[in-house]
Design a protein around this ligand. Structure first.
Ligand code: IMP
Ligand code: MG
Length: 173
C-alpha cells in the first residue's frame, strides 16, 4: 500500500519559525561563539537551517545515539553510537534535537554533556510532543508543540524514509 503524506506544518511555516528562533539566539549570544551540537540523523536539516540564519560565530559538532528495545516497547536505555569530536568544556553549547517524545534521549544527553562542564548549555528542539513525556525534562526552546502523532520530514524518518521532505508531514493510511 502506497503511503500518502499529509502536511502538518508547511515549509514556509517551519522556515519562518526557524528564522524567529535564530534571531532570538543571535541576540542572546551576542559577543559569544555558539557551539551547536546536532543529534544524528534527525536534527541535521533543522540544524543547517538554524545555523545559516545565526549572525553570531558558530562552530558545529555531531553525536549519534540510539535507544535499545524494539519498536513497540522502548527499554528506556540510550546507547551512545558516536561521541563528539571536540571538547565542550568552557563553551556555549546549544544541543539541537529534531523531536522530543518520551524525553529519554534528551535526559541522557543532557546528563553526559553537562558533566563535561560547558560554560552554558541549552537545548532547542524543532518539535515537542509533550503528551508523550515519561521523563521530567523540558527543552529550553521549542519551535512547535505538536499532538501525539507520528511525523516525518525535515529530518524525521519512518524506517529511514522521508527525511528529505521539506515540510513536517503525517503518514495517512
Ligand atoms: P525520546 O527519547 O522518546 O524523546 O525519543 C526521541 C527520538 O524518537 C527522536 O529523536 C526521534 O528519532 C524518535 N521519534 C519520536 N517521535 C517521532 C516521530 O513522530 N517521528 C519520527 N521519529 C520520532
Ligand atoms: Mg533524534
Amino acid at each position: 500500500m502506497a503511503e500518502k503524506i499529509g502536511v502538518l506544518i508547511s515549509s514556509t511555516e517551519v522556515e519562518a519559525k526557524i528564522q524567529e528562533m535564530a534571531d532570538k539566539i543571535s541576540k542572546e549570544y551576542a559577543g559569544k561563539v555558539v557551539h551547536i551540537i546536532g543529534v544524528l540523523k534527525g536534527s541535521v536539516f533543522f540544524m543547517c537551517e538554524l545555523a545559516k540564519r545565526l549572525t553570531v560565530p558558530v562552530t558545529m559538532d555531531f553525536m549519534s545515539v540510539s535507544s535499545y528495545g524494539n519498536d513497540t516497547k522502548s527499554s528506556g536505555v540510550v546507547k551512545l553510537i558516536k561521541d563528539l569530536d571536540e571538547t565542550i568544556e568552557g563553551r556555549d553549547v546549544i544541543l539541537v534535537e529534531d523531536i522530543m517524545d518520551s524525553g529519554r534521549t534528551l535526559s541522557y544527553l543532557v546528563k553526559i554533556l553537562k558533566e563535561r562542564r560547558p560554560n552554558s548549555f541549552k537545548v532547542i528542539t524543532l518539535l515537542d510532543k509533550p503528551d508523550r513525556r515519561v521523563v521530567d525534562i523540558e527543552p529550553d526552546m521549542t519551535c512547535f508543540e505538536i499532538p501525539d502523532r507520528f511525523v516525518v520530514g525535515y529530518g524525521l524518518d519512518c524506517a529511514q524514509k522521508y527525511r528529505n521532505l521539506p515540510y513536517i508531514g503525517v503518514i495517512e493510511e
